[in-house]
Design a protein around this ligand. Structure first.
Ligand code: HEC
Ligand code: HEC
Length: 150
């Protein structure tokens, strides 16, 4: 039994040793090399773009990203700030694009008179654009380019 325990401890020791070596090899960790005992500073927050410049969608059904800031825009039981500009009846005044027909459809594809409950919480799908560099290298190829390549 004693011998068995010794084996176990050596095994754990080796694993620990292996993981420290891995860390010093510059493995990507959430702590970014910050020692366990100290706390890293919060990463810089990226700036929300507010320039009204739309970004190209990566595929036809992508929810478009938001080209304006949305800070303090309330979406609650009582109010939906987004719909005060994007609702069908408000677009003349706001010059915002109307939410598309899918936003008025229930799950059986029946078109409703007002925005569907499943599309009510806009920021569930739409996000503001930020000036952030990509976290990882991206090799995404647009379907347009794939078709051209054939
Ligand atoms: C004050 C009016 C106003 C409000 C409020 C508003 N928007 Fe907009 N939105 C616009 C206008 C105008 C555009 C057209 C582009 C531009 O001028 O920024 C736009 C563009 C967009 C687009 C891009 C559409 C596309 O085809 O690329 C999305 C997505 C969007 N808004 C979502 C939202 C969401 C979600 C909210 C609520 C959090 C919201 N908007 C609140 C006026 C508004
Ligand atoms: C469940 C996800 C989802 C929610 C919630 C949602 N959207 Fe969308 N939205 C999409 C998708 C997907 C598209 C693109 C395809 C389409 O039109 O259905 C889109 C398209 C749009 C467009 C562009 C329309 C066009 O014709 O170019 C606007 C503007 C927009 N949404 C605004 C809103 C607003 C405002 C809300 C909240 C009231 C909202 N969306 C809620 C998924 C969502």
């Amino acid at each position: 039994m004693k011998r068995f325990l010794i084996h176990i401890t050596t095994a754990f020791g080796l694993i620990a040793l292996a993981s420290t070596t891995a860390l010093s090899d510059g493995a990507a960790t959430l702590r970014q090399g910050e020692p366990i005992a100290s706390e890293a500073g919060a990463p810089k927050m990226n700036k929300v773009e507010n320039n009204d410049i739309k970004r190209v969608r990566n595929y036809p059904e992508q929810p478009p990203t938001i080209p304006h800031q949305t800070r303090d825009y309330e979406i609650s039981l009582n109010a939906n700030k987004c719909m005060s500009c994007h609702a069908r009846t408000r677009t003349g005044e706001s010059q915002a694009p109307m939410v598309s027909i899918t936003h008025y459809m229930d799950r059986d594809n029946q078109v409703l008179a007002t925005v569907s409950p499943r599309r009510y919480f806009c920021n569930q799908c739409h996000v503001t654009q930020v000036t952030a560099p990509p976290l990882v290298e991206n090799e995404f190829t647009d379907v347009e380019d794939i078709i051209k390549g054939e």
